[in-house]
Design a protein around this ligand. Structure first.
Ligand SMILES: Nc1ncnc2c1ncn2[C@@H]1O[C@H](COP(=O)(O)OP(=O)(O)OP(=O)(O)O)[C@@H](O)[C@H]1O
Length: 257
């Protein structure tokens, strides 16, 4: 029987290697026969092609990867690996990855960070909120709290007691310009952060965010200022923002300007 094999693009994966085997293996009567080389049944057409030395053996890529492993950081190695996969037509990606002996911190007798810690390190929002100088904040708080006037003190006590008693509350503070609202927020924020809690200062505008230590705009963390029926905040389940909101002991304060 005389037949013609249609062209198969190299990016077609196993189909490409099947076509290659059909051009080289003789007397085969099944797909399995095509995968047999020197009596060994190979699991895929590509591996069978490799055994027949029909395709490159990736040595140049393995050498490149092994050399880079001597000096490159983990992040650079990951970039290189992706670059090789995408642009260099590596025939066996897994062997390239396993060619580099990977070491973990425990191999050097170092404590392995918990998943919780590595999660926090990847979360910029959380990292910022947890890296305050607590001692400095404690001193600032001690200095500010002494100056609070009667009304400020009332609000301050209310906020702190609701946190101490784990009560979820919404507190609205009204006052004309210059009556000490920002002063009050700063006192509350310094207290919460000095005891290791996360307190998010949210404002309506970018200019107002400069008044609070460090404040952020509501829209940048997807909080709606204009609350109406059936409106919802678009916070995805996995990203850092969701992890941030899930973190226990988080408090949000907003300032409208
Ligand atoms: N209890 C206080 N002791 C000393 N100074 C205070 C006190 N409360 C407020 N101030 C000072 O008064 C000034 C105005 O206060 P603040 O900026 O907190 O007002 P505000 O209500 O936030 O104003 P606005 O609404 O215009 O932003 C600031 O210089 C602040 O340091």
């Amino acid at each position: 029987m005389v037949g013609r094999l249609v062209f198969v693009h190299p990016t077609s994966g196993e189909l490409f290697y099947l076509r290659m085997l059909l051009c080289h293996q003789k007397g085969c009567t099944s797909f399995k026969d095509l995968r047999i080389v020197a009596g060994i049944v190979y699991p895929t057409f590509r591996v069978a092609c490799n055994a027949l030395q029909l395709i490159g053996d990736d040595v140049e890529w393995l050498t490149c990867f092994t050399e880079a492993a001597m000096w490159a950081t983990a992040s650079q190695l990951r970039s290189l690996f992706c670059h090789l996969l995408i642009f260099c037509k590596v025939s066996n990606p897994l062997s390239a990855k396993s060619a580099v002996p990977s070491k973990s911190m425990s191999d050097f007798g170092l404590p392995v960070p918990s998943l919780d810690v590595t999660g926090v390190l990847r979360n910029r929002l959380l990292l910022e909120e947890m890296s305050y100088d607590k001692e400095q904040l404690r001193q600032q708080h001690n200095n500010l709290i002494r100056k609070l006037n009667h009304h400020q003190r009332l609000v301050y006590n209310n906020v702190v007691s609701s946190i101490d008693n784990n009560r979820h509350v919404l507190i609205f503070v009204y006052g004309h310009g210059g009556t000490g609202k920002t002063f009050l927020w700063t006192t509350i924020l310094s207290h919460l952060r000095s005891i290791g809690n996360i307190a998010l200062a949210v404002v309506a505008s970018g200019i107002a965010s400069l008044l609070l230590p460090p404040g952020t705009t509501a829209h940048s963390i997807k909080i709606l200022i204009d609350l109406k029926n059936k409106k919802s905040c678009d916070i995805k389940k996995v990203p850092s923002l969701a992890i941030f909101y899930n973190k226990q002991h988080s408090y949000y304060g907003t300032k409208h300007q």
